[in-house]
Design a protein around this ligand. Sequence first.
Ligand code: ATP
Ligand code: MG
Length: 394
Amino acid sequence: MREELLIIRFGEVALKGKNKSFFERKMIARIKKVLKGFDKINVTREEGLVFIREYNIEEREDIIKEVSKVFGIASISPALIAKPFLEDIYDASNEFMTSVMEKEDVKTFKIEAKRADKNFPVKSPDLARMVGGAVLKFQKVLSVDVKNPDVYLHVDVRRDKALIYRSKIVGFGGLPLGTNGKGLVLLSGGIDSPVAAWMMAKRGMRIEAIHFHSYPYTSQRARDKVQALAEKLAIYCDEFKMHVVNLLPIQEAIVKDAPEEEMTIHTRRFMMKIAEKIAEKNNCKMLITGESLGQVASQTTESIVATDNAVNIPVMRPLIAMDKIDIMEIAKDIDTYEISILPYEDCCTVFLPKRPVTRPKLDKILESEQALDTEKLIENALENVETVKIVLRD
Ligand code: ATP
Ligand code: MG
């Protein structure tokens, strides 16, 4: 049987200048890592593409599934390999078309030909016509339709081989993981923060997570839910550390000493301050939250100003201008949605004020914060951080 391979195309990495090979190397390393469980796979970089070869054909779909989660990839196509000669290109094209016709009812096709190697003696439009003729001769039931064919068959002639393929499986794009520092995501059990983490990782950022709970007011099930979400993220973001903090003593202090309607804002300021400390300790250069403007009372412009003011470290809010419905779409795409909607309590819902302020004034918040022993409370919380390693589940 003729050998096949997987063509992997770079997305934005292709636009990089001098440092392109740095990004390419990172992406290849990541591809190799996600394919660790498969045997005898060869990953190479050739003429602006990555090829995956020598895999077991039965595992092709599983391999594509894994690779399609690697950031930086624009698309993937399984392709048959021909020698860069007309006869062999005809042969491979016929073989490819036969395999398509075994599975689908195909009546029309069009050849899209391209020569990356300009030394190849036939120009692209002529090549398309010639391969089309060869396929027509072999598959008598087919006809050519240049406007709306059932199948586009691509013939891509390169220096030492020609590649015959059909469709492109679309990847997530972005930049390879590990090309853009590390951020600490404030990970709740909700829909938004896993999406926020994923979006930053898609720009090449490694992540760590911090989760706040109010055990025993929040349950072990709520904790397991966050663990499950983190494990989903690890599929895209690689293994990472999650820092787990009990916020209950701080929440109790806030209930006791701060105005009830400001409860949520004070809580969020403490979360940010604790996260900032943990970020500094773990070489995370930014915080990441799932906040989206106006989504709830604690995410109005004024609330975000009051929350943001708590820290000096840059806070990334990749969802800030997104509609909930679009965030939910991403959550479904990356498979976190079903976990996020499990109805377990969150630490923020344990002490929900009856009438939260929606337009908190920063100076008023800073003033009421004076009643709290912020430093001591944070110090105590930091002493009791539990750090777990999030690894991939089989
Ligand atoms: P999410 O769906 O991410 O929970 P949300 O819409 O419920 O967000 P909030 O509860 O106001 O919004 O939280 C805003 C952001 O604060 C979250 O996206 C997350 O980054 C952070 N956050 C909230 N609760 C927690 C928590 N228990 N642990 C860690 N971070 C949290
Ligand atoms: Mg939430």
